[in-house]
Design a protein around this ligand. Structure first.
Ligand SMILES: [Zn+2]
Length: 307
C-alpha cells in the first residue's frame, strides 16, 4: 500500500470509528419478550430500585461459601473471596433480588432484599476463646482493598446514600451480627463512603453529660430507632434493645459491644443524631435536650410517598 493511500485509509477508518462511538444506542422497539413498544420518551421521575448496600460475612471458607450461595436458598449479588489476591464473583445480577437479608428493616423500609445489593465476604467470623467468649477475626487488608472500589462503584451507580450502607446485623439485629466488630467501618467513614465518624471531642463532651445521668431505656430506644434500627419502644432494657445496641456498638465502639447502655454509647448516638452544621468547627453550645429532632435530613427531597 502506498504511503499516501495508507494515511487516507487510516483517517477514514478513525472517522468511521469515531462516528460509530458517538451514535447513541437506539431505544428498543420491543420489550424483551417481543411486544412492540415506543421507548423514545423517558420519564424524569425515576431512580434505582437499589436503596441499600448490605455487607455480610459468610462464616465459611471460600469453597463452602460459593456452594451455599449458589446452590442453596440464600444468595448475594457479590461474593468476595479470601484468597491472597481476592476475587469478586457476581452471583446475582444487580437488577434481580438476591436472598441475603430476608427479615430485615431499616427506618420505614422492610425486607430489604427488594431494595438492596448484598455483598458476602468470605470470612470465618469468630473463634471460641478460652472462656467461651467470641474472638472476632480481623479482615485481611487485601480483602478490604478489594471491597472498597466495589462498594464505591455500586454506591455511585445506584446513588445509594452513605447512611444506607449497612451491616447485616444492623438491619437484622435480632439474630445477626455480621460483618462484626472487626469490620473497618471507620475506614469507610474516613474515605467518605459512609457518613462522617462521630467527632471524638463532641463525643467526649456529651459523654461527660451522660455520665452525670444515664438516659433511660426509652431514650436509647428512641435514639436507636431515629438512627434507623428496628427497635420496639418497650421502655425497658430488654433483649431486643440489647441486640440492637450490641450491633450499634460493634460498628461505632467495637472495643466493647456487650449491648449494655452506657454514657459513651449514648454520646455516640447523640452526636450521630446531631451532626455538626456545615462549616462549624466547635461543638455547638446547645443545652442538653432529651433528644434533638430527627437525625440528618433526607437529601434530596423526592416525594416521600414515592420512595
Ligand atoms: Zn449476613
Amino acid at each position: 500500500m502506498n504511503c499516501r493511500f495508507a494515511h487516507a485509509f487510516t483517517a477514514l477508518l478513525i472517522t468511521l470509528l469515531t462516528a460509530c462511538a458517538s451514535v447513541p444506542p437506539r431505544p428498543p422497539t420491543t420489550t424483551e419478550g417481543g411486544v412492540p413498544i415506543d421507548a423514545t420518551h423517558t420519564a424524569k421521575g425515576q431512580d434505582s430500585r437499589v436503596l441499600f448496600l448490605v455487607i455480610h460475612y459468610t462464616v465459611a471458607d471460600f469453597p463452602l461459601s460459593m456452594k451455599i450461595l449458589t446452590q442453596q436458598e440464600v444468595s448475594a449479588h457479590y461474593l468476595l473471596s479470601d484468597e491472597p489476591q481476592p476475587r469478586i464473583f457476581r452471583l446475582v445480577d444487580e437488577n434481580r433480588r438476591a436472598w441475603h437479608s430476608g427479615a430485615s428493616a431499616w427506618g420505614p423500609n422492610k425486607r430489604l432484599n427488594s431494595s438492596s445489593i448484598g455483598i458476602e465476604i468470605v470470612h470465618p467470623g469468630f473463634m471460641q476463646g478460652p472462656n467461651g467468649q467470641r474472638l472476632y477475626l480481623p479482615f485481611p487488608k487485601a480483602q478490604i482493598d478489594a471491597l472498597i472500589p466495589l462498594v464505591q462503584d455500586i454506591v455511585k451507580r445506584h446513588e445509594i446514600r452513605p447512611e444506607r450502607i449497612l451491616g447485616h446485623g444492623e438491619v437484622t439485629p435480632a439474630y445477626k451480627e455480621d460483618p462484626g466488630p472487626t469490620f473497618p467501618w471507620k475506614l469507610f467513614a474516613d474515605l467518605g463512603i459512609t457518613p462522617p465518624w462521630p467527632d471524638a471531642a463532641r463525643v467526649a463532651a456529651r459523654r461527660a453529660v451522660f455520665e452525670a445521668q444515664l438516659p433511660d431505656a426509652a431514650w436509647f430506644q428512641l435514639a436507636l430507632a431515629r438512627h434507623g434500627y428496628a427497635v420496639e419502644p418497650s421502655g425497658v432494657f430488654d433483649k431486643q434493645t440489647e441486640r440492637v445496641l450490641m450491633n450499634f456498638q460493634m460498628r461505632y465502639r467495637p472495643g466493647d459491644y456487650a449491648g449494655q447502655p452506657d454514657a459513651e454509647s449514648a454520646a455516640l448516638l447523640w452526636v450521630l443524631s446531631n451532626p455538626m452544621p456545615a462549616g462549624a468547627t466547635a461543638p455547638p453550645a446547645a443545652p442538653v435536650a432529651p433528644l434533638a429532632p430527627p437525625d440528618r435530613p433526607d437529601p434530596p427531597p423526592p416525594p416521600p410517598a414515592m420512595r
